[in-house]
Design a protein around this ligand. Sequence first.
Ligand SMILES: C[S@@+](CC[C@H](N)C(=O)[O-])C[C@H]1O[C@@H](n2cnc3c(N)ncnc32)[C@H](O)[C@@H]1O
Length: 255
Amino acid sequence: MPDHRARLESLLRPGTKPVGGGDFLDLLGEIPQAGPPTGLAQRLMRTSAVPMIYERYWRPALGRVAKGLNGPTMADEVRIASEALGLRPGKVVLDVACGTGRFTRAFGEAVGPEGLSIGLDGSAGMLEKALSALNPPSVAYLRADAVDLPFGDSTVDAVCCFAALHMFADPDAALDSFARVLKPGGSLVMLTSARHGDQPLRLVDTVLGRLSGQRMFDRGEIAAKLARRGFDHVDERYSGVTQIVTGGLPVNIRK
Ligand SMILES: C[S@@+](CC[C@H](N)C(=O)[O-])C[C@H]1O[C@@H](n2cnc3c(N)ncnc32)[C@H](O)[C@@H]1O
């Protein structure tokens, strides 16, 4: 059986040193957070209470409010992400801002024991909760900043980032990082915020976003950002105030 943690370490940028040992690889150590805090939503993720209720209650409930009654269920989200990434046995997939690892575990099943499913998050509480679940052997967890991914260039086949881009301090830097670590031909899928197109809903979205410290992206904004970074086959689907955006890097991209 391959040593998945050693494999994860081999993908890190040369010179990257884990500062904390334990069940997950820790690149932040005593630093309590990844990047500057961006608001209430991100602060709550770092408490010890939210990780305990996150996967079962918090995410499904708030997700339903954000996606609307007809939006995808949690199981739908996992299926959509797995299909968009085209995961197959042996692939390396990175779940950025993995929280308690719901997607990471599913990806681990899809890539099988010869593959690697990496769950990266800045919150130690989230990662401890992720580790307490039944994880397939292909899963390894890493504590690091999503905005400046610690991986070498062109090291992973697929990147997923669900329900997090809008809370990062610098989403553009995060997108640069996603494109950098993806191999040519690699796939990206994200779920993030999407402001309504018309007033007054647009204004309400903006105010709610400010109060919770979450950026509200415009419709089409993320797709355009991906196209500027060389992604093609960019697709967007909207539900409520959310969007799922997918894209792939061409196999012949010059990076
Ligand atoms: C709403 S949760 C999403 C979890 C999971 N992807 C999902 O869809 O259920 C957002 C996650 O982003 C993480 N996070 C926020 N900012 C981060 C950063 N700069 N670096 C790493 N993780 C971050 C939080 O700790 C939290 O676990």
